[in-house]
Design a protein around this ligand. Structure first.
Ligand code: APR
Length: 310
């Protein structure tokens, strides 16, 4: 069984652990800085095994030595933005956490594939790659799978069709500047531009871009975790089963889409070696402009890490 470590046993981390053991994708190690939290959640999930019929082992720990030899590491450690906190404040706090976590991953699981989930996503994924010193193919972030999932669910509601027939595409940074692409979003191969009026598509795009905020506003004391953990699970599955699925992932660009030394959401082929190929879509001028705008915003964030990356 592959060894899958999840760092951060909060809402996203623990729910991802649940989904991963229920699918028997591997044995899971759940870690956190809070004593007892990962141990308690892991034990609870282990005890659910006989009821749901999964044999994946799951353990909880506060000791990084227990992550040794992991095949895949998922980073969900971090804090969410609290009222009164600026984006910069959040960036500084989570950057410190990502640095500490990444140093331990490099030390104890030097051959692992790392999936970053902590926000601000594109910037934290860049920092993970720089701090671990891993090749960029082995470090990527969860964004587009979640955003595409949200887009697809709204399209299915609008058309009254099954989500199974929808293939949605959202590129760019994970935030206000994300770029949902209706031309590449299809229902059984038919682009939604042929199925829905422009105005409706615009509304669905806006809801997708604000998807995270819509849930925060409803929950009031937390952020989304069911769909984010489902997105993580899809990505872990693609790696451990070496499925070579094409998924929108926050990946390192070295000239693709005209950008260098940046992490950005683009379609990639995911397999056991991580990002095995970056797929370059032929974009229209408007689409390219939107992607550039998104990349510029991410670049600014990365620049603000100066001092933390070499
Ligand atoms: N090492 C390990 N775990 C840590 C550390 C650290 N240095 N710092 C914080 N944590 C843990 C917290 O103790 C908490 O259990 O990370 C966990 C985060 O869980 P939640 O607060 O429930 O946050 P969650 O909703 O899971 O989101 C995690 O993913 O989607 C992003 O924006 C979200 O950045 C956030 C992350």
């Amino acid at each position: 069984m592959p060894k899958i470590t999840i760092i951060g046993a909060g809402a996203v981390g623990a729910t991802a652990a649940q989904r991963i053991v229920e699918k028997e994708l591997g044995d899971v190690v759940l870690t956190d800085i809070v004593e007892g939290l990962p141990q308690g959640k892991a034990l609870d999930l282990l005890e659910a095994g006989p009821l749901f019929g999964y044999d994946s082992k799951i353990t909880g720990t506060n000791d990084y030595r227990d992550i040794e030899g992991s095949d895949v590491v998922v980073i969900t450690a971090g804090i969410a933005r609290k009222p009164g906190m600026t984006r910069e404040d959040l960036l500084k706090i989570n950057a410190k956490i990502i640095r500490e976590v990444s140093q331990n991953i490099a030390r104890y699981s030097p051959d692992s594939i790392v999936i970053t989930v902590t926000n601000p996503l594109d910037i934290m994924t860049y920092l993970t790659m720089k701090t671990t010193g891993f090749p960029p193919q082995r470090v990527f972030g969860m964004s587009g799978v979640l955003d595409s999932g949200r887009f697809a669910s709204f399209i299915a509601l609008e058309l009254g069709c099954s989500v199974r027939d929808i293939s949605a595409m959202v590129l760019g940074g994970h935030g206000d500047t994300m770029v949902p692409l209706p031309r590449f979003t299809t229902v059984l191969g038919v682009p939604i531009t042929e199925l829905l009026p422009q105005e409706t598509i615009r509304r669905l795009i806006e809801r997708t871009v604000n998807g995270g905020a819509e849930i925060v506003n409803l929950l009031k004391t937390g952020s989304a975790f069911y769909a984010p953990s489902a997105a993580v699970t899809n990505m872990v599955e693609a790696v451990v089963k070496d499925t070579k699925r094409i998924l929108p992932v926050c990946a390192y660009l070295n000239g693709e889409y005209g950008r260098k030394d940046i992490y950005l959401g683009v379609p990639v082929k995911l397999g056991k070696r991580g990002v095995e190929e970056i797929i370059e879509l032929k974009l229209t001028q408007d689409e390219k402009k939107a992607l550039d705008r998104s990349a510029d915003a991410v670049s600014q964030g990365i620049a603000s890490l100066s001092g933390l990356v070499s």
